[in-house]
Design a protein around this ligand. Structure first.
Ligand SMILES: Nc1ncnc2c1ncn2[C@@H]1O[C@H](COP(=O)(O)OP(=O)(O)OP(=O)(O)O)[C@@H](O)[C@H]1O
Ligand SMILES: [Mg+2]
Length: 510
């Protein structure tokens, strides 16, 4: 590994942060942090959840002002008046939280501020979609309908439109905060191809990610953040070393060994002929102590299946058995009563899953409030103790349990969602992309936890947009395509290549 010179003094830097500090109330998000990116490089910014990456990007992108320190553009200190001012100076930013306006079309979002106009300066509404289609096609995107409302397209598609909107403006400096967290492999490849093109044209690209294989495949240099400041910038560094610098501790092998499934297998959850998507049906069975993976490309019915099992909303038609007994699930209360728990990373944290204005403690204990209350009075002591335990064991970075969840960093919000199912003690867990946006050390903890839960005899149905995760953490993996199971793999045939190949194979005509 080689430590580059101290960032702030990098004479080749096109954008730099010099000793930036930023506090939110009592939380010091940046502590005299420095960073520098050069023309024609891809620079990865890595660190644990809450390390300050998004805060730095927001300041460099003009969305936040630092309490002290400077942003330097080509060596000169600048005061950015906002994202629009930053854009005028050539800085394009894709923030971690999506910013498309849901009630506007993809085309309107994409071309906002640069719509086709008539000689009189009026927006040519009817030309908008065609123009957007051409812009998207120019970037190699053919599957997104520019006429659809932003709220109607999938999360991955929205993310792609966010990126497209910034790169069509050809920024000199491109800041991408976790652009891949909702993308699957093929879409990540698309993004990286665009990043490489921009690099060849001399653009400075800064991106954050929690997926190490992505970082090493595209980054020229890596800056590690810890606790609000840079630890160092490296031309090359191996993962173990990087994780140690990020966390201050060593992480053993990322994937823990799978415990054996008790035999004979006792079916915990059986699903027969569940209607998923347009005309698809899914049958599956998960045994107690088994981790069953469901893989495949995004948008093939996974989300519908997981939410459907939890009754939110219920599956179109299905026979569901729990412990061999047939059961009807029409709403989440039925599912919880039957011993089902669901942890799902919300597509949009603002509308799903978390109650952002409420405290970390309340968000954690939401599903077990009934258990915690006696004669309608919540036992505050028990609630506080249980939430404290989860905050400690998952390392949730929050000043205290009373902090509103909305003030936590993205990854820490996720940990609150994961913490919920720990407390809920469900027999059957539906885990839907739970590690999306979670840092490596925490991922490792979540994996350990999954193994512990399996060893205790719980049945786990697991979807992940990260195929590596599926192949390492599951006893079996089913591949879902257009609402149907198209393949099933178990070791030794269970490999990432096999799962991806099955997922992209054209389905046979029905
Ligand atoms: N608006 C806010 N109000 C209060 N605290 C905040 C706010 N924004 C960020 N913080 C806190 O500042 C710290 C740094 O957050 P930041 O979002 O920069 O982390 P991050 O490195 O991007 O993490 P992640 O990988 O989870 O996205 C965190 O402890 C976070 O809780
Ligand atoms: Mg962040």
């Amino acid at each position: 590994m080689s430590l580059a010179e101290r960032a702030e003094g990098d004479p080749a830097a096109t954008i730099a942060a010099r000793e930036l500090s930023k506090a939110f109330g009592g939380v010091q998000a940046l502590r005299s942090a420095s960073f520098a990116a050069r023309r024609g490089e891809v620079h990865a910014l890595v660190g644990e959840n809450g390390a300050g990456k998004s805060t730095l990007i927001k300041i460099l992108g003009g969305r936040l002002h630092a309490d002290s320190g400077n942003v330097l553009l080509d060596g000169n200190a600048v005061r950015l008046g906002g994202p629009a001012d930053a854009a005028r100076r050539g800085i394009g930013t894709v923030f971690q939280e999506l910013t498309l306006l849901p009630w506007m079309s993809v085309a309107e979002n994409l071309l906002i501020g640069r719509e086709p106009r008539s000689a009189l300066g009026l927006i040519r509404r009817n030309a908008l979609a065609g123009e957007a289609e051409a812009v998207l096609a120019g970037l190699g995107i053919h599957h997104i309908d520019p006429r659809a409302l932003a709220s109607e397209v999938s999360l991955a598609e929205r993310q792609i439109v966010e990126v497209a909107r910034v790169i069509v403006r050809q920024p000199r400096i491109l800041l991408l905060d976790e652009p891949t967290s909702s993308l699957v492999e093929r879409e990540v490849e698309w993004l990286f191809a665009r990043i490489r093109e921009l690099r060849a044209r001399g653009t400075a690209i800064v991106f954050t990610s929690h997926r190490w294989n992505e970082i090493t495949s595209v980054a020229d240099r890596i800056t590690i953040f810890r606790n609000g400041a840079e630890v160092g910038t490296f031309d090359a560094i191996d993962e173990d070393e990087a994780v140690t610098l990020m966390t201050g501790r060593r992480v053993e092998a990322l994937y823990p060994p799978l415990p054996p499934v008790p035999s004979p297998a006792a079916p915990a959850l059986q699903l027969e002929e569940a209607g998923v998507g347009d005309g698809g049906t899914v049958s599956l069975s998960v045994a107690a102590g088994e981790i069953l993976g469901v893989g495949g490309l995004a948008g093939q019915g996974h989300r519908e299946l997981f939410l459907g099992l939890f009754g939110a909303p219920p599956l179109a038609r299905a026979t569901i058995r729990i412990g061999g007994e047939p059961i009807v699930i029409t709403c989440p209360a039925d599912a919880i009563h039957a011993g089902l728990g669901i942890a799902l990373v919300p597509e949009d944290r603002k509308t799903e899953g978390l109650l952002l204005p409420l405290s970390v403690r309340t968000n954690l204990t939401l599903p077990i409030l009934a258990q915690l209350s006696r004669l309608g009075v919540i036992r505050g002591g028990a609630e506080a103790r249980m939430s404290r335990e989860i905050i400690d064991s998952l390392g949730i970075r929050t000043p205290n349990a009373a902090q509103p969840v909305g003030a936590l960093s993205g990854g820490n919000q996720q940990k609150v969602l994961i913490g919920r199912w720990l407390l809920a003690q469900s027999r059957i867990l539906l885990l839907y992309d739970v590690t999306r946006g979670v840092d490596i050390a925490t991922k490792h903890e979540v994996y350990e936890l999954m193994m512990r839960l399996a060893r205790q005899g719980r049945a786990i149905l697991f979807y992940s947009s990260d195929t590596e995760e599926l192949t390492h953490l599951c006893h079996r993996v089913l591949v879902l395509s257009r609402g149907r199971i198209v393949a099933e793999f178990a070791p030794p045939a269970l490999t990432a290549e096999a799962v991806v190949a099955a997922a992209i194979r054209e389905p046979h005509a029905a």
